[in-house]
Design a protein around this ligand. Structure first.
Ligand code: LRH
Length: 496
């Protein structure tokens, strides 16, 4: 029979409500509702379409409860990191939540370093310096005397904000909170030093809770709207990547993970934060994991580049599916050129093909108007970047990596999976695509006492999904091209 749990899984490109049935050794997942997501323009600012998202989520929850015949043991929400909503004294949203790609954080890293030593921020938070981080979003509000910030009494990160709207409890789940760069990774609590150093209001921050705890149940208002009985609400790994890593089907081999979607998160699981000079210089992040672990990883721009090219081409009248794009990329010239996929200009939405060509021009490479060629260039560049980061992660963590487990929607791009194996010269195991929802549900099952550990969760995932393997090919040519890639990247880094 098993027990039913609902996962609300919010990604930057789409949201999903999934129903999972967990029995002794097996997880069965059913997609109940999928809806588009994406930042929207609001008077020249980039925001999330929050009312629509919440409406889709409620509909999905109602449908999931119905599909489960009313028998649901838990519900939890996970989402992308760093973004947040602000609540006023009445507990109402002060304004629509911003998208981390909004330009309000331009220049904020430099401002922060004028106020607090960069190395000290890293020693404290252990987080990779990216302008999207909550800390720089808040700093920009503070420095611009934001009226919304002045009215705010509580800050809730995206998944926790949805959870609050569902069950009424205000909290900051640890894994999601750790993406903010406002947490002290040694204590797992808000960093007084960073709040004081940057002059930010620590009193906005709610209590930190650990993944797997029961935070409440669906509120009477939601139950009457959905015409359902109260369902227990859990804090999963509220951070999508934390949930995904909890569902990596690995056992005892030396493995690294790559959570592949809009972003590529590549790293290893370690027992404690690594904030050494090496980790600092190589730009690694230490995010909180499920089960007391740390996700030591690099945040790589990921399939965003391809998603944005696709959006641009569609606006110009040529709509291509991801499958078509992958096929065109497969027929295009390999190693046409290389991009630094984390190049600053690629962060904001819009004009991606033009931005890519500008980058190629700037770095003395051939440009292209061919869509398949551009897609191939992006995939080759991602694969090469994975190789570089695996080498760095091995050095900074002192761990040898033998297998790379790739999870998330990005595994549907089989060409990228093969190129990844070719580039890194190691075995790649892919699956499940729905790792985030799986992890979300299995963390609830841990919280509900149905399963005992992350190891058990991973065994269940291994039993429940078809995994694929990719072995490296053409090693000599990839080695040769890697040398070119590195030369180009290092030259570019010297320029910037
Ligand atoms: C991936 C992700 C990633 C980053 C980004 C903002 O969805 O959570 O870990 O933090 O979104």
């Amino acid at each position: 029979m098993g027990k039913n749990y609902i996962a609300v899984d919010l990604g930057a490109e789409s949201g999903r409500v999934m129903l999972g049935n967990v029995s002794n050794d097996k997880l069965e997942l059913k997609e109940i509702r999928r809806f588009e997501n994406g930042a929207v323009d609001q008077d020249g600012t980039l925001r999330w379409d929050f009312a629509r998202l919440f409406c889709e989520i409620k509909k999905g929850i109602g449908e999931a409860i119905e599909a489960a015949g009313g028998k649901v043991e838990g519900l939890a929400v996970d989402s992308w990191g760093v973004d947040f909503g602000l609540l006023d004294a009445e507990g109402d949203l002060v304004e629509y939540p911003y998208c981390y790609r909004d330009s309000r954080t331009d220049g904020m890293l430099e401002k922060a370093f004028e106020l607090m030593d960069k190395r000290a921020i890293y020693a404290n938070s252990g987080v990779q310096f990216m302008q999207i981080n909550t800390v720089y979003q808040l700093l920009s509000m503070k420095l611009n005397n934001s009226p919304a910030l002045a009215r705010a009494r509580t800050l809730l990160f995206t998944a926790d904000l949805i959870s609050y709207l569902l069950c009424g409890r205000k909290y900051a789940e640890y894994t999601l909170a750790s993406t903010s760069q406002l947490m002290n990774m040694e204590t797992g609590q808000w960093s007084q030093e960073i709040f004081d150093g940057l002059g930010l209001p620590i009193e906005l921050m709610p209590e930190v809770v650990t993944p797997g705890i029961r935070v409440g149940e669906l509120s009477p208002e939601i139950c009457s709207e959905l015409n359902c009985e109260p369902v227990p609400v859990y804090a999963a790994g509220s951070h999508d990547t934390a949930s995904a890593v909890a569902a990596v089907p690995a056992s005892d081999e030396n493995w690294a993970y790559l959570s592949s979607g809009t972003w590529s998160l590549l790293g290893v699981e370690v027992p404690e934060a690594i904030v050494t000079d090496d980790a600092f210089e190589m730009g690694f992040t230490n995010e909180g994991g499920v089960g007391g672990t740390i996700r030591f990883l690099k945040n790589i721009m990921g399939l965003w580049l391809l998603q944005e090219c696709r959006r641009d081409w569609k606006e110009q009248g040529r709509e291509l599916s991801y499958g078509e794009l992958a096929e065109m990329a497969g027929n295009a010239e390999p190693f046409f050129g290389f991009l630094d996929v984390n190049y600053d200009e690629f962060l904001a939405p819009g004009d991606m093909p033009a931005k890519i060509n500008r980058y190629l021009e700037k770095t003395g490479q051939k440009t292209t108007e061919d869509k398949g060629q551009m897609a191939r260039l992006i995939l080759d560049s991602l694969a090469m970047r994975y190789r570089r980061e695996i080498q760095k992660v091995e050095k900074a963590s002192g761990r040898a990596v033998e297998v790379l487990h790739v999870v998330g929607g990005g595994i549907k791009n089989e060409l990228l999976c093969q190129l990844t194996a070719d580039a890194i010269g190691k075995k790649v195991v892919t699956g499940p695509a729905e790792a985030t929802a799986s992890g979300n549900i299995l963390v609830q099952a841990m919280g509900a006492g149905q399963i005992d550990s992350v190891e058990t969760a991973r065994r269940i995932v291994t039993n429940s999904f078809d995994l694929a393997e990719y072995l490296p090919r053409d090693t000599a040519i990839w080695n040769e091209k890697y040398a070119e890639f590195i030369q180009l990247q290092e030259r570019d880094e010297d320029v910037s």
